[in-house]
Design a protein around this ligand. Sequence first.
Ligand SMILES: Nc1ncnc2c1ncn2[C@@H]1O[C@H](COP(=O)(O)OP(=O)(O)OP(=O)(O)O)[C@@H](O)[C@H]1O
Ligand SMILES: [Mg+2]
Length: 281
Amino acid sequence: MLKTVLMGHIICITSQKGGTGKTTTSVNLAASLALLEKRTLVVDCDPQGNATTGLGINKKSLSNDLYQAMLGKVSAKDIIIDTGLEFLKIIPSRFNLIRAETRLALKPDSQKILRSLIENLGDAFEYIILDSPPSLGFLSKSAIVAAEWLIIPLQYQIYALEGLGQLLYVVQGIQKKWNADLKIAGILFTMCDNNSSAGTGFAGNGSDSFKNKIFSTTIPWDKLLRFSSDLVKPLALHDIMSKGAKAYLDLAFEVMNLFGNEKANHGHQDHRSKFFNIQDR
Ligand SMILES: Nc1ncnc2c1ncn2[C@@H]1O[C@H](COP(=O)(O)OP(=O)(O)OP(=O)(O)O)[C@@H](O)[C@H]1O
Ligand SMILES: [Mg+2]
């Protein structure tokens, strides 16, 4: 069992389904926390490198990336790069990360490599957000082993929770073998239309285990989020008043409340209005 080291909150954004909003959530939740002046790091654990691109990083300009660090050629500290936000940094990834599985997966304890890299950062960050690929393979499992909390984005629809049994099985295995501190923060419904509200409209196998673990914040379908990959920056930096940017700010407050960083008697809506007043001045 891995020992707990004093450090910030490590959140893995995961789901084996493709296109559920994992990267959009990683980038925009991280940006919201950074706007609230929380020292935040995104670790792009997906060879697609979408979080890297989404934070405006030109992959061709990189001399190192997460793959080099996982191979032990550079330290995690050396591959952290700045983004357009003062409080937000990223460990970038590129397509070469796909080779991590074949190069490392068979080595003993290789699923701890990512966790060790992150532990070496100590308490430099208050929030570390891991964006995972759409699979339950080596990289996703490594990200779950490294995490304290899981956020599972799902596209809002009836039967959305079906199929979560497989993820739960992997999570329970990791809790037993590697990481007893791992907790599910919640399911996050994404791409919701006007009629969606958290906790309703879902059914199907697997839903019972998750019924009490649904974020009250839901992320609306927003065309600005749809095209956010073209923006190559978090939506809040493009249009802070958009419904997508506001929803991710709400999520940041809900996450901070959940992790005990904010006083429980302050509602997150209340905080958000203060934040917007500050922006308006
Ligand atoms: N709330 C939203 N409203 C509209 N479009 C969205 C929203 N969230 C995400 N999208 C769009 O849906 C697509 C998939 O989102 P995203 O890349 O975040 O999913 P993902 O789970 O990371 O995908 P993958 O499994 O490939 O890593 C992207 O084109 C994204 O811009
Ligand atoms: Mg993604």
